[in-house]
Design a protein around this ligand. Structure first.
Ligand code: BT5
Length: 250
């Protein structure tokens, strides 16, 4: 069974061939079920954060979006992308993928290379109801030349995940199941319950990290209960808030 029947009832699934962006596709649609879920064979204009592009290739990556309504309001959703990262890492590890870690704020790494990214788009009220679209791009078996325009080290599950014969369908079903259950828990309990697991998957822990575009550098020390990244610097601890800066291992 791809999804358990209780979860299946919460989901309205759209499987598309070619679409500009699964996030945009769902943004423009009404909620029919609690969660609208969209998968595409290919995106022609996949989006990263802040206008960046997300590359993919037909049938060789997973482009997945989930839309739902949250009663937490935009201000109650801090850390959601970190919780989504934990859910993805967990599902992939259970599926037998080896070596997944989380690179703050929103990347999944295999070894030192990016294998997946998360884009969360929010609209609506700060304190009450808002609409959330969670987007996930994951490289399953993308060939090297298909990612030639990606301007940072990247890899795929088939190349570096220890599972060369990986089934894209089965991974997609597992990601959806893990994601929906994490979203349900986040809505009820918020981010703090994901903190410890996130820290255990931290790709930058104990490593020299610098803040792009700033002078600051320090040792990676995990995240606090709100999802801010902690850096131990010569002059004490610095906390980085999601969305403001990015960090890279030196
Ligand atoms: C992200 O942005 O990593 C979020 C990516 C979210 C993509 C999903 S796919 C389904 C849904 N629909 C959408 O339209 N988007 C979401 P950011 O942190 O800004 O990273 C973007 C950067 O990642 C790019 O500038 C490249 O350096 C790199 N990149 C692009 N494509 C990649 C790929 N396939 N694998 C690894 N890195 C990639």
């Amino acid at each position: 069974q791809l999804l358990d029947p209780e979860q299946r009832e919460l989901i309205n699934l759209h499987v598309l061939d070619d679409v500009p962006s699964t996030n945009d596709y769902l943004s423009a649609r009404e909620l029919v079920a609690k969660y609208e879920v969209c998968l595409a064979e290919k995106q022609s204009a996949g989006k990263g954060r802040r206008g960046r592009k997300w590359e993919g290739s037909y049938g060789r990556d997973i482009a997945l979006s989930v839309k739902f309504e949250s009663e937490r309001g935009v201000s109650g959703l801090d850390g959601l992308s970190l919780a989504v990262g934990v859910a993805l890492a967990d599902s992939l590890t259970r599926a037998g993928v080896e070596g997944i870690s989380l690179k703050w704020p929103n990347d999944l790494w295999l070894g030192e290379k990016k294998v997946a990214g998360i884009l969360i788009e929010l609209s609506g009220e700060l304190q009450t109801r808002c609409e959330v679209v969670v987007g996930i791009g994951l490289n399953v078996s993308m060939a090297e030349d298909e990612g030639a325009s990606i301007n940072q080290p990247w890899t795929s599950l088939a190349t570096d995940g220890g599972l060369p014969e990986i089934s894209r369908n089965s991974i997609a079903a597992k990601l959806i199941a893990g994601l929906i259950s994490a979203l349900e828990r986040f809505e009820r309990e918020g981010f703090a319950i994901f903190q410890a697991q996130w820290v255990s998957l931290d790709a930058l822990k104990g490593r020299e990290v610098f803040v792009v575009g700033q002078e600051t550098s320090g040792l990676g020390a995990g995240i606090d209960a709100f999802g801010a990244y902690r850096l131990e610097t010569a002059s004490g601890e610095v906390r980085l808030n999601a969305g403001e800066v990015s960090v890279r291992a030196k």
